[in-house]
Design a protein around this ligand. Structure first.
Ligand SMILES: [Fe+2]
Length: 347
């Protein structure tokens, strides 16, 4: 996908490159075979948006990030040159400003920012919690929900009407010093431009940031257990993102609503718990992340299967990221890790 942007000024006018510093994740566990639970809300609130972003899990395809920024970006713009960013808003609201227009966001929104988009996050309050996937592979909606022309099919869990495009294109015909913090290869470059980066008067094309609310995801249910692909929301060639939303449980008269034990042979499984009651887990709260590595089975905690019998619906809200390559656990993750979680299935 591409877009042609029409600028007031040449977008090439670099004045200086003032700083270069690394934001590479520090890996604590290179090879990991341990299931983990992380207390996401223990990530400390931090004023600056970029500094607030803590990489929890990482591999060569993506970074899984938690952030609790308390202030809007005031004096700089940001651009990620080699990764698409999927920003899930768990707490907070505000406006994502980009050079292709603005997107209002609130609780439950996925913001998809393709690489190369210059943006600024404006928050309404200081209470913000974001779950971000930074992806070196392009992020698309699932191909199997689209026809040959790209139209979403009728059995897709969302449709074009649910996808919010940028509004209120802000165009500033200004000269001066404009700092864009540009991320490339795990480094941030502080680049000062001579013209305002939001100087676009219009564009043609299909490459633009957009928003999609998890609350607009229509779940697919069945008489018997539906496998995770029915929850799929986004795809790349290196991981998938799924949305678990309030829905009816399996309604066969003999169904057991809790999932069965399963061993992912082809992906590490990350679940970010957003809201509701997480039936198959004991002692899981909003903001927690579970990591179940590929190759060993996991499933309901003791008692959860029995507890689920006879229940007809769930109010759970969760985001799952299944990565095809194993994830490395970072030092930031170990600060919020529950070291005994891997023993939580013992009877
Ligand atoms: Fe699983």
């Amino acid at each position: 996908m591409s877009s042609n942007l029409y600028h007031e000024h040449r977008p090439t006018q670099v004045k200086s490159i003032d700083n270069q510093y690394s934001v590479a994740p520090k890996v604590a566990r290179e090879n990991n075979m341990q299931s983990f639970r992380f207390h996401g809300f223990k990530v400390p609130p931090t004023a600056d948006y970029l500094e607030s972003r803590k990489i929890i899990l990482t591999n060569s395809d993506c970074n899984i990030i938690l952030a609790a920024p308390t202030e809007s970006q005031k004096d700089y713009f940001y651009k990620n040159t080699d990764a698409d960013e999927l920003i899930f808003v768990h707490r907070g609201s505000g406006k994502l400003r980009t050079h292709m227009g603005n997107l209002d966001f609130k609780y439950g929104d996925y913001l998809l920012v393709p690489r190369g988009i210059i943006y600024k996050m404006d928050f309404d309050t200081d209470d913000n919690r974001l779950f971000i996937v930074e992806s070196y592979r392009p992020i698309y909606t699932p191909k199997r929900y689209r026809n040959w022309f790209g139209q979403l099919l009728e059995h897709s869990p969302f449709c074009e009407r649910d996808i919010r495009r940028p509004q209120e294109l802000e165009t500033y015909d200004e000269k001066g010093d404009f700092l864009i913090k540009i991320k490339k290869q795990d480094d941030i470059f502080d680049m000062v431009y001579a013209t305002h980066p939001f100087d676009v008067v219009g564009y043609d094309g299909y490459n633009y940031p957009y928003a999609f609310s998890i609350h607009d995801f229509e779940p697919i249910t069945g008489r018997i257990h539906q496998p995770p692909p029915v929850h799929q929301t986004f795809e790349t060639d290196a991981f998938v993102v799924c949305s678990f939303v309030p829905r009816l449980y399996d309604y066969h008269p003999q169904s057991i609503p809790a999932p069965y034990n399963h061993s992912n042979i082809d992906s590490d499984e990350v679940l970010y718990y957003v809201d509701g009651d997480f039936m198959s887990r004991n002692d899981i709260d909003a903001g927690h992340i579970s990591l179940h590595p590929a190759g060993i089975p996991h499933g309901p905690h003791p008692g959860a299967t029995e507890r689920s019998i006879g229940q007809v619906k769930t109010d759970e809200l969760a985001v799952m990221v299944d990565t095809f390559k194993p994830l490395k656990v970072t030092e930031e993750a170990m600060k919020i890790a529950d070291g005994d979680y891997f023993k939580s299935w013992l009877e």
